[in-house]
Design a protein around this ligand. Structure first.
Ligand code: APR
Ligand code: PHB
Length: 393
C-alpha cells in the first residue's frame, strides 16, 4: 500500500472540495483532493445556477473571475408572480447595490478544475473504497483505491466535502452528532432548454396548480422547474405535458410566457432540509452538502458551501501561521448560524410558493403572504437581503 502525506485531505471534488483546495493553495497549504466520480461527470452534472454577491466577490478575489465576468449574467431583481400578475422585487435597490449572478455550478466547477490543474496539487478522479479514520487523533488517515492500487493518505486535517451521500459525516460516531431533518411533500421537475430566456430576470410563480420557476443559464439556454409530487415518475412527463403545464403556471396577463425549444435535459429532485450539528469532530471538518441540505427555492446550497470553505480555509490558515486553533474551534458554531439562517429563508420561500392542496386555510394565508410581500418595502427588503446573501462571516 502506497503511503502519501499531505496537510489537508479533502474528500469530494464538488464545488466545496475544489474551492477549499484552491483557497488552501493560495495560502501555501498542501491538500489532496479525492473524488469518486469521473471528471466529465463532475463537470457536466446539471445543478444550481444562482451565485450570491459574496460568492461572486470570492471568485473574483481568488483569481477566478474572468470567465464569470464575461459570461455570468448579473441580475438586479427577480419577479414573483401570482394571480396572473408579475411583481418585480428590485434586489439591488433594496440592498445597497448587491445582486445575484447567473452562472452554472458546473461552470464554477470547470473553472476550479482548471485552476487546480495549473498547480502541481493532486486531484484524483474515479477513486473508490474511500474511508477515513483516526480523526480524533493528531494524524487522521484516508484510505482509498485508485487505478486498482490501495493508498493511504496521512493528514493533519480531513475536510469532508463529499456531499449528501458521502462517507465522512456517517463516519462520525452517532452519539456525537445530532441530525435535524425536514422532508417536504414536494419535488421539482427541472428541464434545460435550448431557447433564449424570454425574461431578463427569474420568475418565481405560484399558481393554483402549483409552483413554477423560470430561470436561465445563458442568453441561449433557459432553465425551468415545476412543482410535482415526490412520487412522480419522469417517464410520465413527455415534453408536451411539461410545456403545457409550464404555460398554465407561468403565463401572466401581460402575455408573458417562456419561449419553447428543444429540451436537452430533464430530471426530478425531491426537496428536503438537513442540518448536521456540530459540523466537526476532532480533526474532521464537514463543509457544503455533507453538513447541510437546503430546498432549492432560496438558491442557497452552493452559496452555503462557498461560505463554509471560505471560513474553513481562513481557520486553517490561522492554524498553520501561528498554531492558533481558536478559529477552527469556532468553525462549526459560525457555520451553523449561517446554515440555520439559510434554512429559515429557504423554508419560508418554499412554504410561500408551493401549493399544498390539503389545506384551504393555508392557501388563503399564502395568498395574503404574497400580497403583503409585494406591497411592503420592508417585506421585500427582507427577501432581498437574504436572497442576495449576507456577507461571509
Ligand atoms: N469519495 C470521494 N468523493 C465522493 C464520495 C466519496 N465517498 N462521495 C461523494 N463524493 C463526491 C461526489 O461525487 C461529489 O462530486 O463528493 C462531491 C460532493 O459535491 P456536491 O454534491 O456538489 O456538494 P458540495 O461540493 O458540497 O456542493 C454544494 O450546493 O447547489 C448545491 O447540492 C448542490 O452540489 C451542490 C452543493
Ligand atoms: C436554477 O437556475 O437552477 C435555480 C434558480 C433559482 C432557484 C433554484 C434553482 O431558486
Amino acid at each position: 500500500m502506497e503511503q502519501i502525506r499531505t496537510q489537508v485531505g479533502i474528500v469530494g471534488g464538488g464545488p466545496a472540495g475544489l474551492m477549499l483546495g484552491h483557497l488552501l493553495h493560495l495560502r501555501g497549504i498542501r491538500s489532496f483532493i479525492l473524488e469518486d466520480r469521473s471528471e466529465e461527470h463532475v463537470i457536466e452534472r446539471v445543478r444550481a445556477g444562482v451565485l450570491e454577491q459574496s460568492t461572486v466577490d470570492l471568485l473574483h478575489e481568488v483569481g477566478l473571475g474572468d470567465r464569470l465576468a464575461r459570461e455570468g449574467l448579473r441580475h438586479e431583481g427577480i419577479y414573483v408572480a401570482f394571480g396572473g400578475e408579475r411583481h418585480r422585487i428590485p434586489l439591488a435597490e433594496l440592498t445597497g447595490g448587491r445582486a445575484i449572478t447567473i452562472y452554472g455550478q458546473n461552470e464554477v466547477v470547470r473553472d476550479l478544475i482548471d485552476a487546480r490543474a495549473a498547480t502541481a496539487e493532486p486531484l484524483r478522479f474515479e477513486v473508490d473504497d474511500v474511508s477515513i479514520r483516526d480523526f480524533d487523533m493528531q494524524q487522521p488517515k484516508i484510505g482509498f483505491r485508485h487505478d486498482g492500487q490501495r493508498h493511504e493518505l496521512t493528514c493533519d486535517f480531513i475536510a469532508g466535502c463529499d456531499g449528501s451521500r458521502g462517507i465522512c459525516q456517517p463516519s462520525i460516531p452517532a452519539s456525537q452528532v445530532r441530525i435535524y431533518e425536514r422532508v417536504y411533500p414536494f419535488a421539482w421537475l427541472g428541464i434545460l432548454v435550448d431557447a433564449a430566456p424570454s425574461s431578463d430576470e427569474l420568475v418565481y410563480s405560484l399558481h393554483e396548480r402549483g409552483f413554477a420557476l423560470f430561470s436561465m443559464r445563458s442568453p441561449h439556454v433557459t432553465r425551468l422547474y415545476l412543482q410535482v409530487s415526490p412520487e412522480e415518475d419522469i417517464e410520465q412527463w413527455p415534453d408536451e405535458r411539461i410545456w403545457s403545464e409550464l404555460d398554465l403556471r407561468l403565463h401572466t396577463r401581460d402575455g408573458w410566457t417562456p419561449l419553447r425549444g428543444p429540451i436537452t435535459q430533464k430530471g426530478i429532485t425531491r426537496m428536503r432540509s438537513v442540518v448536521v450539528e456540530p459540523m466537526d469532530s476532532g480533526r474532521l471538518f464537514l463543509a457544503g452538502d455533507a453538513a447541510h441540505i437546503v430546498p432549492p427555492t432560496g438558491a442557497k446550497g452552493l452559496n452555503l458551501a462557498m461560505a463554509d470553505v471560505w471560513r474553513l480555509a481562513g481557520a486553517l490558515g490561522k492554524f498553520y501561521e501561528s498554531g492558533n486553533e481558536t478559529e477552527l474551534r469556532a468553525y462549526s458554531e459560525r457555520g451553523l448560524r449561517r446554515t440555520w439562517r439559510a434554512q429559515r429563508f429557504s423554508a419560508w420561500m418554499t412554504s410561500a410558493l408551493h401549493r399544498d392542496n390539503s389545506d384551504a386555510f393555508d392557501q388563503r394565508r399564502q395568498r395574503a403572504e404574497l400580497e403583503y410581500l409585494v406591497s411592503s418595502r420592508a417585506a421585500m427588503t427582507s427577501l432581498a437581503e437574504n436572497y442576495v446573501g449576507v456577507e461571509f462571516d
